[in-house]
Design a protein around this ligand. Sequence first.
Ligand code: GUN
Length: 292
Amino acid sequence: MTSPRILDGKAVAAAVLDECRAEAAALTAKGIVPGLAVVLVGEDPASKVYVGSKVRTCGELGFHSRKIELPAATTQEQLLEVVRQLNADPAIHGILVQSPPPAHIDEQAIIRAIDPRKDVDGFHPENVAKLALEDATGFVPCTPAGCIKLMETAGIATSGAEAVIIGRSMIVGKPMALLLVSKKANATVTIAHSRSKDLPAICRRADILVAAVGRPEMVKADWVKPGAVVIDVGINRIADASKKSGYRLTGDVAYDEVAPRCSAITPVPGGVGPMTIAMLMKNTLQAARQLG
Ligand code: GUN
């Protein structure tokens, strides 16, 4: 098989961030400095890394940012109070509470407390509804938006394609399905999940296969139709004593065996990951524009 096209998320994200930097400067000149607040509850090491990169990227683009790190023992009411204060703060246009929070927190209640006009994650029911309604005033969740942008930039046609998404999360699987079935993308969409019967056979139907389950290297070569486009959303930490950090990152796709069968594939790291942050910055600009 010929080598697949490697979908370079780092390069596409860099181009999106350049556009964001220019738009941030234009808004700032009008007296609106885009502002993002990122809230992290607890000590999850991967979440700390993600939150750190979000805040760092804000700095690089000339956004105002606020990082709020709260102890794991923070109560639901304390977290709600933080959200209320950010809702009322005119310097903050976007609010993101890093998921997953500790188990004692009712995540849905926190999401519902965020002002939907500042919900740059697109997790609030109002924004979920707007995505289903194809109303562009809503916010589209960053990871699926990044996957679509990556495919668009590569000129991958979705219209009429069979798309299979593995994973039904509110962060990736469900919004990805809505984006792919929209009148803009026109794909035929299947959402598969842990209870799906004969998952490999479902995946083999896919012209576009999106893996978003969080199971390292689950998708094997014989799950993939020759010539398919494979989008790997997984970022899994695998213990690796040969690395200084003690771990390496791997996706949900067994890359080495799957890549030779594909027409295009995203690497991990450097595929979908950087796109998520770029789309978060775009959403924050959208919030700043819409809130004024
Ligand atoms: N955890 C993993 N991905 C995301 C995301 O896109 N937003 C938030 N808030 N938490 C996450």
